[in-house]
Design a protein around this ligand. Structure first.
Ligand code: NAP
Length: 290
């Protein structure tokens, strides 16, 4: 069996078109045009690309945005002061601080500062706490993107065995909370695996839906996948590719070519989870404006 490819790019375009339509309806009915402020500290080229693509996606959905670019040497106190000003500004509906931050700044302290009402990344303790408590407000974009991608591909997690490889605050933990909620589109039986998991292949083979967010190429090989399973590959790893002009290419955490021969459905990298993450950020920004 060759797996159905879940086209994250096409599904993300669908979501983005819906957001654009909903933004116009919100503005027409007298609501404020949603505004997103993206804060970037330092000059990491990958982060600069992410920030620019978020701004472009916002603009295409009718959401205004601005980028606040601060020098690498910015102190924690200076950044916190800027965030407090954004918290207090009624024209700003969503605040996103691009990670990673330079080492002199504590990400925890930054997340403690962002107003929970403007936390479109869903990563503040208040947002994560609400999600864990079963009454989410802003769900982090990657987990909600994965849920949407499943549902829009007619793969309902309800009653399914889901295994998530990775327990980060960004992906694994919020996704486990989201998919195990007693709610429509969730209701799954969820296992979270990590480097302390014994016999990982035995655990992943139990999965009807396997989500991999380990950050290492080839973490999942074909012997680790149950035939017919849905495989969601969150990983983004740059590997050497001398045949390419750029000298490298992007791969996920799953051995895609081999696994697609046994899986029922699989997401590619690139073109899978990545585009969904940006689309769900727009959903959260509209929600913040509402
Ligand atoms: P992270 O904070 O480094 O967490 C990785 C997790 O995977 C950890 O919990 C780690 O376990 C676990 N892990 C690593 N190697 C493993 C192995 N061999 N077996 C079992 N567990 C293993 O990473 P992250 O922020 O969650 O991101 C994960 C990947 O997803 C990265 O490649 C990142 O670039 C990508 N990502 C993509 C998007 C997107 O939109 N496409 C969004 C977010 C992240 P321990 O806790 O035991 O160390």
């Amino acid at each position: 069996m060759t797996a159905r490819i879940i086209d994250g790019k096409a599904i993300a375009e669908e979501v983005r078109a819906e957001v654009a339509r909903d933004v116009e309806a919100h503005v027409t009915s007298g609501g404020p045009r949603p505004h997103l402020s993206v804060v970037l500290v330092g000059d990491d080229p990958a982060s600069a690309i992410y920030v620019r693509s978020k701004g472009r996606a916002a603009s295409e959905a009718g959401i205004t945005s601005d980028e606040i670019i601060l020098p690498e040497a910015t102190s924690e106190a200076e950044l916190i002061e800027r965030l407090e000003a954004l918290n207090a500004d009624p024209a700003v509906h969503g605040i996103l601080v691009q990670m990673p931050l330079p080492q002199q700044i504590s990400a925890d302290r930054v997340l403690d500062t962002v107003s929970p009402e403007k936390d479109v990344d869903g990563l503040t303790p208040a947002s994560l706490g609400r999600l864990l408590g079963g009454r989410p407000r802003f769900v982090p974009a990657t987990p909600s993107g994965i849920q949407q991608m499943l549902l829009r591909s007619d793969i309902d997690p309800a009653g399914r065995r889901v295994v998530i490889v990775g327990r980060s605050i960004l992906v694994g933990r919020p996704l486990a909370a989201l998919l195990s909620m007693k709610a429509e589109g969730a209701n799954a039986t969820v296992t979270m695996a990590h480097t302390g998991t014994q016999d990982l292949p035995a655990v992943t083979r139990e999965a009807e839906i396997l989500v991999v967010a380990a950050g290492r190429a080839n973490t999942i090989t074909v012997d680790m996948v149950q035939p017919g399973a849905t495989v969601i590959d969150v990983g983004t790893n740059r590997i050497d590719a001398p045949e390419r002009k750029s000298g490298s290419r992007l791969v996920g955490d799953v051995d895609f070519e081999a696994v697609r021969e046994v899986a029922g459905a699989i997401t590619p990298v690139p073109g899978g989870v990545g585009p969904m993450t940006i689309a769900m950020l727009l959903v959260n920004t509209l929600q913040a404006a509402r």
